[in-house]
Design a protein around this ligand. Structure first.
Ligand code: DCP
Ligand code: MG
Length: 370
């Protein structure tokens, strides 16, 4: 008989605390210990908070909140303009620290990364000690704090890093995985948004333990493809690898609606909201792409995608909105029950492919991957 031992992975997720705001507090002694919001000014139209210091969060100020609202909640809040070049420098310094401990680093954004430390590159001995050393190095070399989660897979490591923010270190060891998942609120599950959470609550599913009572087939029938993911994750199974060379290939946003949409007007209004969300993220990552993709999911979970590519990278929100609306109009979705809409932007920095439309005409491809 063949015998094999399964190697259990050791995954760390690191997330810097109040990233932009902490850097501003570090560099401006006047801001220390005070409520600070980095982002757009509350005077201008459409200014939003990119992030807020923990002092400001006590007043309810949050990322993506209109700056005007932040000022109402916290009248003495200090608004600071973002300095992306500094954030990028700090980001590459923390990545350099990560690489001392492993070659398997997958950055998720400027301030967040997964590390697979199963092969203990620096010979530290334990994943928990590696996480401790990384936090100490970040503190000593950058005067900033990070929160770390240590566990057996990406899903658990990411949840863990969030449990004791700021300056946290949380370990979910193999023996705790099962009971941890059973107690976990389903709203914390990756991919469970407000609408899915409500649907689950109506079915009496509140915690992992409730979800565990459903068979894989039932979950797929009820929630589509993600049902399989829920089935596995509630059992602590997440086989996604830490992928070191993954670049951001697309930036997207989507929304599942509390009620199915049937008129183009309703759908167009939702597309505008989603476009704003996507555009904000494109600006944050400084990414501009040539291809706009529309995703539509119907109430029967059937999904279609349509896309259009421009010769030049799209840098304005109006074009994203216009294109998404045109793709929707051509997709024959009117009068159907639409439960989800999404917009994706991709094709960053690639040279224009030949035989792409020179005319500005829409080109439609169906069922392309998002
Ligand atoms: N960011 C942004 N717009 C958002 C969310 C975040 O511009 N809607 C930026 C500012 C954040 C950085 O990305 O500082 C990192 O995002 P996080 O979600 O990790 O938030 P923070 O690091 O600010 O806070 P936390 O301590 O909760 O991680
Ligand atoms: Mg962070």
């Amino acid at each position: 008989m063949e015998s094999y031992s399964q190697i259990r992975k050791k995954i760390i997720h690191i997330d810097m605390d109040a990233f932009y705001a902490s850097i501003e507090q570090r560099d401006n002694p006047d801001y220390k210990g005070k409520p600070v919001a980095v982002g757009g000014s509350p005077e201008g139209r459409g200014g939003v908070v990119a992030t807020a210091s923990y002092e400001a969060r006590k007043f309810g100020v949050r990322s993506a909140m209109p700056s005007k609202k932040a000022l109402q909640l916290c009248p003495h809040i200090i608004f600071v303009r973002p300095r992306f070049d500094v954030y990028k420098q700090v980001s590459s310094h923390i990545r350099e620290i990560f690489f001392r401990y492993t070659d398997l680093v997958e950055p998720l954004s400027l301030d967040e990364a997964y590390l697979d430390v199963t092969t203990d590159k620096a010979g530290i001995g334990s994943a928990l000690d590696i996480a401790r050393e990384i936090k100490t190095s970040i503190k000593e070399e950058l005067q900033l704090t990070a929160s770390a989660g240590v566990s057996i897979n990406k899903f658990l490591a990411k949840i863990a890093s969030d449990l004791q923010k700021p300056d946290g270190l949380t370990f979910i060891g193999p023996s705790r995985v099962e009971s941890f998942m059973e107690k976990l609120d389903i709203s914390k599950f990756h991919g469970v948004g407000k609408v899915t959470a409500e649907k689950m609550h109506n079915m009496g599913i509140h915690k992992g333990a409730d979800l565990k009572r459903y068979s894989e087939n039932d979950l797929v029938r009820l929630f589509g493809k993600t049902g399989r993911f829920y089935y596995q994750i509630v059992r602590g199974i997440d086989e996604r690898e830490v992928e070191p060379n993954r670049e951001t290939k697309s930036v997207s946003g989507e929304d599942t609606f509390a009620y199915d949409l049937t008129t183009l007007d309703e759908m167009n209004a939702e597309l505008e909201k989603i476009a704003h969300y996507v555009f904000e993220r494109l600006q944050r990552y400084n990414l501009y792409g040539r291809t706009i993709t529309l995703k539509v999911k119907y109430s029967n979970f059937q999904q279609i995608t349509r896309n259009h590519s421009y010769q030049q990278a799209v840098t304005d929100i109006e074009t994203i909105i216009k294109t998404a609306k045109q793709l929707l109009a051509a997709s024959d979705s009117e009068d159907k029950k639409v439960r989800l809409l999404g917009i994706g932007v991709s094709n960053f920095g690639n040279p224009a492919r030949k035989n792409q439309d020179e005319t500005g005409q829409l080109q439609l491809f169906s069922d392309d991957e998002f």
